[in-house]
Design a protein around this ligand. Sequence first.
Ligand SMILES: Cc1ncc(COP(=O)(O)O)c(C=O)c1O
Length: 404
Amino acid sequence: MVNQKKSDNMGSCLESIVCTSCKKQYDPIERHGLCPSCEKVLFAKYDLEKARENLTPKHIEGNRCFNIWRFNEIMPVKEPRYRYSLGEGWTPLLHLKNAGKKMGLKNLLLKDEGQNPTGTFKSRGLCAAVSKGCELGIQEFVIPTAGNAGAALSAYASCAGVHAHVFMPEDTPSLLKNEVLAMGGDLELVPGLITDSAITCKKVAVENDWFDVSTLKEPYRVEGKKTMAFELVEQLNWTVPDVIIYPTGGGTGIVGMWKAFDELETIGLIGSKRPRMVTVQSSGCAPICRAFEQGKKSASFWEDAKTIAPGLRVPAAVGDYLILKALYESEGTAVTVDDSEMLLAMKTLARQEGIMQAPEGAATYSGVQQLKDSGFVDSSESIVLFGTGSGLVYPEIWTPKRKI
Ligand SMILES: Cc1ncc(COP(=O)(O)O)c(C=O)c1O
């Protein structure tokens, strides 16, 4: 549970739940999944004029907590007692001096999300979803996962005293299976990819009336993820970087940050400048990159998805249209990287910077190399890589046999 200084504690200014496509509005005191009318993604909407009164740099930099509830006015949980925390968020923004110098980039930064409680940025979203779910009286949560989100759900379910039901591909690395079991989650292994786990998950969620916290299929996980943007601008003294590079699977992070920038501008904490948003995917599973190249507004299913990065092995994303919107509106781009490039990037970050990243996070480093070569970024720009997970969550990748 989180302590906020009393004078800071205006509480959540959550106003309604609104569809990102048909714009229908819903009552925030009810439980929501996808939009009942058009089956698209729902977002939380806040009274930003009211939030503005409390969210000044002076107030924020005062005696506030250093976790995802730091900006509680624009988070969805109303009652402070439901704001669970394991210390997620407020991760360091590291200057990649050595690796950046080699590449000719003076301001290459990495937001090290590997320092979150479950070793990945998934802690943020699942902290928000479990906390809000508990406030709505939910006891049973269910998730399809490439591994890390299942571990995070299990952690926050334990912390809140509720139940996690986790469906993951049977070939998920064993540490992630063990993490779920260690934290008391019910684990079901499903043949195939995360999309197959999602089909089973949807069925059991309906049969048992469990709360389905699949990526972007409810409006609260994305609220936890958007806190990455809040922290980033605060760490950059209330400015935005020129470029953000994000390893994209289901896309909650990129979608959440894009939403956060609008909220921050309306509140007056940043101006109208936006970072150019860049998606990085594996060349073995790149539905968003393909759609971006073709100028499409949504992505088609990627057949035969294969990559060493489990979090990027996502052949279809329910929020595809929102990810693409962020790329187009920000004048960003999308790049693919091979598994061998991800492995090399893991090695480079470890040996030159002392940072062990998961392949997903390391993919952003391979991505920025490509963008430097193509002239999309230049040497003086501030570029933030999202290092979404610790290298320690995939120990088998570092075995000497692989010669990383
Ligand atoms: C370490 C890591 N990075 C990136 C991703 C992709 O995240 P998103 O679904 O927000 O695109 C995942 C998803 O499982 C992940 O575990």
